[in-house]
Design a protein around this ligand. Structure first.
Ligand code: PRP
Ligand code: ZN
Length: 297
C-alpha cells in the first residue's frame, strides 16, 4: 500500500464537539472544502483532510491507521484504550482541547442514599462505558453487575433493568428529567486530540508536529484575557496583588489626572465576576476584560 502524504483528522460528524472542533481547526489555519453532509472534507490550505464520523468510531480509525489524528472526548478515547485488544495500536492523548467538558459519573435514583462505592455491590449498573466502569469498580473492590447499553442509559432504572447508571453528565438536565442524582465521578472529560503513540516517520509526522505547535499557540491565546482598568496610584499595590497570573502589568498615565494610572495586564485565564468585584473594591474603576485575538510574544 502506497503511504498517503496527506494527513487525516477524524472528528464527530454531528454532535456537541462538531462546531467547536471545526472552529479550533480553522483557528489553526485549516480550512476545508464545504461538504459537511459527506464523510470526507478536502483540506484547502494545508494537506490535511477531515473525516466526519461517529465519535465512538474515532479511536478505532486511528488504531487502524485510516487517519493519523482524531478530536474526541477523553471518555471515548479511554474506553477504547481499556477495551481494545492488546494487538491494537496504542493511542495517546496528545492535547486536552478545553471544550466539551463533562463528567462520566455514577447516578442513582433519588431514593438511593449513596455515600460510598461499596454500596454498589450486588447492584446492576447500566452504562455505555463498560471498560471505564469495570476498571473503577475493580480498583475499589466492588462487585457489581455491568449492564452494557448502546444508548438511552438514563431510562434503565425506571424500566427496572438497572439499579444505577454510569453515564456522561454535562448540564445535569438529563439526570433531573429522569429523577436521577449524580453520586460519584469516575472521569473528568473534555475534547482531546488523540493520535497513535508513535507518529508516522514521514511528511505526515511533520504535519502533526506543525499542527501541535499551532494548536498550542491557539489554546494559549484562547485562554488569555487582556484586563484594562484605572486606579489611583495609592491603590496600585492592592489592585496589582489581586490580578490573576500573567506577566507584570503595564502602567500608563491618565491625561489630566496625575494621581490616576491606567493599568493593562495579560491574564492567563478567564477573569471571573467575583475577581472583578474584588479588584474594584481595592480601588479600580473603568474595568474592561478583552479577549485576545492573536499574540506574538
Ligand atoms: C450524553 C449523555 C446524556 C447527556 C447528558 O449524551 O449520554 O444523555 O449527554 O447531558 P446533560 O447533563 O447536559 O443532560 P449525548 O447527548 O452526548 O448523546 P449520546 O449519548 O448519543 O452520545
Ligand atoms: Zn456518543
Amino acid at each position: 500500500m502506497k503511504p498517503r502524504d496527506r494527513l487525516r483528522i477524524a472528528m464527530q460528524k454531528s454532535g456537541r464537539l462538531t462546531e467547536p472542533a471545526l472552529e479550533l481547526l480553522k483557528r489553526c489555519g485549516l480550512t476545508f472544502r464545504q461538504s459537511r453532509d459527506k464523510l470526507f472534507c478536502f483540506g484547502e490550505g494545508e494537506p490535511v483532510d477531515l473525516l466526519l464520523v461517529r465519535d465512538d468510531d474515532i479511536p478505532g480509525l486511528i488504531a487502524q491507521g485510516v487517519c493519523e489524528l482524531g478530536i474526541v472526548g477523553r471518555n471515548v478515547l479511554d474506553e477504547f484504550r481499556l477495551t481494545a485488544g492488546r494487538e491494537s495500536e496504542p493511542l495517546a492523548e496528545l492535547r486536552p482541547l478545553g471544550f466539551g467538558r463533562c463528567r462520566l459519573s455514577i447516578a442513582v435514583p433519588q431514593e438511593f442514599d449513596y455515600r460510598e462505592p461499596s454500596q454498589l455491590s450486588g447492584q446492576r449498573i447500566a452504562t455505555s462505558y463498560p471498560g471505564l466502569l469495570g476498571a473503577w469498580l475493580r480498583e475499589r473492590g466492588v462487585e457489581a453487575g455491568v449492564v452494557t447499553l448502546a444508548g438511552s442509559v438514563e431510562i434503565a432504572p425506571k424500566l427496572g433493568t438497572a439499579d444505577a447508571i454510569c453515564d456522561l453528565v454535562q448540564s445535569g438536565g438529563t439526570l433531573v428529567a429522569n429523577q436521577l442524582r449524580e453520586a460519584d465521578v469516575l472521569l473528568e472529560s473534555e475534547a482531546v486530540l488523540a493520535g497513535p503513540q508513535s507518529l508516522p516517520a514521514d511528511e505526515r509526522g511533520d504535519l502533526v508536529e506543525l499542527l501541535l505547535k499551532r494548536l498550542d499557540g491557539v489554546i494559549q491565546v484562547r485562554e488569555s484575557r487582556l484586563l484594562l482598568l484605572q486606579a489611583p496610584r495609592a491603590a496600585l499595590e492592592a489592585v496589582t496583588r489581586l490580578l490573576p497570573g500573567g506577566p507584570q502589568p503595564t502602567l500608563l498615565p491618565v491625561a489630566g489626572q496625575p494621581d490616576q494610572l491606567m493599568l493593562q495586564a495579560l491574564c492567563a485565564g478567564e477573569v471571573s465576576w467575583r475577581q472583578l468585584e474584588e479588584i474594584k473594591k481595592a480601588g479600580a474603576r473603568e474595568m474592561f476584560v478583552l479577549p485576545v485575538e492573536k499574540m506574538l510574544a
